[in-house]
Design a protein around this ligand. Structure first.
Ligand code: ASP
Length: 448
């Protein structure tokens, strides 16, 4: 059996939902369908999830948000009309959102509850459509199915006991329509995954149900070797390993949520990224192992929004415990770090910049200077990371030389280089303003 997840653009309109129906109907193995909230219908459109966040914020501030609620309901109304569904479903959806709005005591939980309504109501609507078309389909709620998650608002993580509970869904005869993006804590609170988290729900279900394949339907034919907004018509990737996909999605390959791979990877379930608008295209397979075809690099990813905290102290290499003490300060300040390239007397701690508020920054620097008696502490902002990824890199001589030459040819200064011993990826830090030039040049060098 297959678990098939359909992302926001695949369920953004009645026309798209008809495609989903045809895709599911064309293969009897497609037994579990995980859906997002209605996403963008065109490039400037607003996702329902963003409409819902605006709705929740306005409601918390003003105690009413009529226009925002109407904007949300209008999305479902349009879908229901296109699919010629009974008006009743739209009334039910409106009532559901009104009930959610009544629960505004705890602002954070409120936001999660409103956001989750996007997928929950879409799943109910889609199930209704399947039934109207004469297909045995049923909406399943994550609570009833036993999708248990940690109680971290907006940042849930699946709890291991979910897997056995969810396995019971295999006994259902009907096609299951399951809302993505949220689960319930053991105390019964609704909690959402991070943004884009329906991918995670799908992967959890695929792992729990021991599916033969997890299909992730989106709006591109495949995963591309580089961001198509940077390079026109880049090479399509037909096959990737979990490790390679993990590295690429970490550094900005938005096609698949970076946390979604873990459940599939642990359960050894292959993943296929496919296009709802072109379902006959083979898509990209993500598997445990692939035959290496001689190309050292499969993809080049890049992401901005990083900063580097540079710490210098003479004879740092002789001081036992320096690294631990430094990282402990980060831990105590609630900051997670990404990389720590180091020299003999220096250590760089690279962070996602959005974590560091102004007062946190001042305290952090002060603590490093006073507690570790450093010679110099400096913050470098606007750093972008470029990841060059490929399992075959460790069997190929000269990959680094080729990449460095390409960056040099683009006249870009490299601020940092990091290569883990696994050699699945090589990381370069550059100024954000230079990242596109550098990526184009690297792409040209390896794929041009
Ligand atoms: N609708 C949610 C979001 O936009 C989750 C998802 O679509 O995966 O983040």
């Amino acid at each position: 059996m297959k678990v098939s997840k359909f992302g926001g653009s695949s369920v953004a309109s009645g026309e798209q939902i008809r495609k989903v129906f045809d895709i599911v109907q064309s293969d009897p193995e497609r037994r579990v369908v995980v859906v997002s909230a209605p996403g963008k219908r065109f490039s400037d459109d607003v996702k329902t999830t963003d409409l819902l966040i605006a709705l929740a914020e306005k409601y918390l501030k003003n105690g009413e948000a009529k226009a925002e609620l109407e904007a949300v309901i209008a999305r479902y109304r349009e879908i229901a009309e296109t699919l010629e569904l009974d008006k009743e479903i739209v009334n039910e959806i409106e009532l559901d959102f009104k009930e959610r709005l009544a629960l505004s005591d705890d602002p954070e939980r409120f936001l999660d509850c409103i956001k989750a309504g996007g997928e929950d109501n879409n799943a109910k609507l889609i199930a209704r459509y399947f039934q109207r078309e004469g297909v045995a389909a049923t909406y399943v709620n994550p609570k009833e199915a036993g999708l248990l998650v940690s109680d971290e608002v907006g940042n849930a993580q699946v709890l291991p006991e979910s897997y056995d509970r969810l396995y019971e869904l295999r006994n259902k005869q009907e096609i299951i329509i399951f809302p993505g993006f949220f689960g319930y804590s053991p105390e019964g609170n609704l909690v959402t995954f991070p943004r884009g988290g329906s991918d995670i729900s799908g992967a959890i279900l695929a792992a729990a149900l021991k599916a033969d394949l997890y299909e992730n339907f989106t709006d591109v034919d495949s995963v591309y070797a580089v961001n198509p907004n940077i390079v026109n018509h880049p090479k399509e990737i037909t096959e990737l390993t979990y490790k390679e996909m993990r590295e690429l999605s970490y550094a900005g390959f938005g096609v698949f949520h970076e946390e979604a791979l873990a459940p599939a990877f642990r359960a050894g379930i292959p993943v296929c990224v496919k296009n709802t608008n072109n379902p006959l295209a083979p898509g990209t397979m993500i598997v445990a192992e692939r035959k290496l075809n001689g190309d050292p690099v499969v993809g080049i990813a890049s992401d901005d929004g990083f900063l580097n905290i540079y710490v210098e102290k003479y004879l740092m290499n002789r001081e036992i415990g320096f690294g631990r003490k430094l990282l402990q300060i980060f831990e105590e300040e609630g900051l997670s770090y990404e990389h720590t390239p180091s020299g003999i007397d220096s250590l760089n701690v690279i962070l996602r910049a959005d974590q560091l508020t102004e007062d946190k920054e001042a305290r952090l620097i002060d603590r490093i200077e006073t507690e570790l008696h450093t010679d110099k502490v400096k913050i470098e902002r606007n750093i972008a990371l470029i990841m060059i990824v490929g399992e075959a890199m460790n069997q190929t001589i000269g990959v680094a030389a080729k990449a460095v030459t390409a960056i040099q040819n683009a006249n870009v200064n490299i601020a940092m280089i990091n290569q883990g011993s696994s050699e699945v990826s090589m990381m370069f830090g550059v100024k954000e303003a230079d990242v596109e030039k550098a990526v184009k040049s690297i792409y040209e060098a390896f794929f041009g």
